[in-house]
Design a protein around this ligand. Structure first.
Ligand code: URA
Length: 443
């Protein structure tokens, strides 16, 4: 088989066979297929799409490209939570400890930043000492001991996705429904959990811009999980502006800790509680979403979630004192405001542009080998519906390179639309898809 023929078939709108998909996935993982041919196929997929069968086959090939983690040694229903990628999304650091504090074992595999979106692994690594690469034995032992572990992709679990993901990030081949569904579900199926809560982001800061596309992605992923015998709850959530006020790495973890202390922004708190409630239900610790929500709220109010976060950090070799001393995080040397040019009301924020500005400040990668600046990021001083005066900061950009910050601040400023009227409120949870198919909105 020749890679050139596989690329041409997809370029011309053909359907790839199981053998062709395995040839690509295995060949690229082993290094036999070069980046430029893999990138050409990914771009052809972005243009021509993948059928449901191809998505299923690609998911299986990604899952089988490495070790399938056996979590049968962990008692209870192991739950994982995964987002399709957003801007300012730090809910894993809140929802996962809350669910674990309610007795649900959380065994989660996370990714790095992709395109304009941030990644949990990059954020985690801003905690001094924190390790995201653990062997399978250490991962299992941690979930058994503390009830929570979050790992990045080691070379051993879904290595195909690790390589393809990094290549997609820098070749503008991220926003394809089939590639996203197979990337996420391939690593989820390999990581050994029994149940998955999928946060399908929808809006200007998501790979799926419309509710219809986000629903299709959620249904596709839920279908793959269920066919593999897993319990899946997919929740379509708003990403039409960044979640919370902080976008970056260390500053997002600090905002998550503030949320666990009960002082977080309303949207981060509410979405985290809801995701935690779904995790608690999926893990069988609550019979209804309302019951799960009440349990998550009590874990937040009692400080049990914060305590679990400290155990999680300590368990993965990080310094748990960060919860009390934020100066232990990497701190930015410089900042640059993005000033409003007019009086008015913020009628919209293009979240992808804020993600791009954060990347330009140094918080994300432009090429796959770039090092990132863990201190870089953006603090949103205004969000949708806020009044602003000319000359007031809309956002503030942080980082270590003043020249980059000036460009990033200009990008951030261009993300804001200022109007005269207060914009309509958008729902945080747009839809829920579980085993019963597309369901009603919350509850
Ligand atoms: N998250 C992933 O793990 N993969 C994607 O393709 C997009 C978001």
């Amino acid at each position: 088989m020749f890679m050139r023929d596989v690329i041409q078939k997809k370029r011309d709108g053909g359907s790839l066979s199981a053998a062709e998909i395995d040839f690509f996935v295995n060949g690229y993982t082993e290094g036999a297929i070069p980046d430029y041919q893999a990138a050409a196929l990914l771009m052809a997929i972005c243009f021509s799409g993948l059928s449901a069968d191809e998505i299923f086959l690609l998911t299986g090939a990604i899952a089988r490209s490495g070790e399938i983690v056996d979590l049968s040694g962990v008692k209870g229903t192991k739950v994982d939570k995964h987002s399709t990628g957003g801007v300012g999304d730090k809910t894993t650091f809140v929802a996962a400890p809350l669910a674990a504090a309610c007795g649900v074992p959380v065994a989660k595999m996370s990714g790095r930043g992709l395109g304009f979106t941030g990644g949990t692994v990059d954020k985690m690594e801003s905690i001094p000492g924190m390790r995201s690469s653990l062997g399978a034995d250490e991962f299992i032992a941690l979930v058994n001991r503390t009830g929570i572990a979050v790992i990045g992709q080691t070379g051993r679990v879904a290595p195909a996705d690790k390589k393809i993901y990094a290549l997609r990030d820098v070749t503008a081949t991220v926003d394809s429904l089939g590639l996203i569904a197979s990337s996420i579900m391939g690593k989820k199926l390999a990581s050994g959990s029994d149940a998955f809560v999928l946060d399908i982001k929808c809006g200007s800061g998501a790979f799926m811009g419309t509710l219809a596309d986000a629903m299709s992605l959620g249904e596709t992923m839920a279908g793959i999980g269920e066919a593999a015998g897993k319990k899946v709850i997919a929740v379509v959530t708003d990403m039409d502006q960044p979640l919370g006020r902080c976008v970056g790495n260390s500053i997002e973890v600090i905002e998550a800790i503030e949320t666990l202390k009960g002082r977080g922004p309303d949207d981060v708190t509410e979405l985290s509680l809801r995701l935690a409630s779904y995790m608690i239900c999926a893990g069988g610790a609550a019979g209804t979403r309302d019951e799960g929500y009440g349990m998550a709220e009590r874990a937040l109010e009692s400080g049990a979630g914060l305590g679990k976060f400290r155990e999680f950090v300590g368990g993965q070799h990080g310094d748990p004192r960060v919860t009390e001393d934020y100066s232990l995080f990497p701190e930015a040397a410089f900042s640059e405001p993005a000033l409003s040019g007019e009086d008015g009301i913020v009628s919209g924020v293009d979240a992808a542009l804020i993600g791009l500005a954060s990347q330009r400040a140094g918080a994300g990668r432009e090429t796959k080998d770039d090092a990132i600046d863990l201190s870089a990021g953006i603090v949103m001083r205004k969000k949708r519906g806020d009044a602003v005066r000319a000359g007031e900061p809309l956002a503030e950009v942080f980082g270590s390179d003043p020249a980059r910050l000036r460009i990033a601040a200009e990008t951030a400023r261009s993300a804001f639309a200022i109007g005269r009227d207060r914009p309509a409120r958008t729902e945080l949870i747009r839809a829920v898809i579980d085993g019963r198919g597309p369901g009603p909105l919350w509850p």
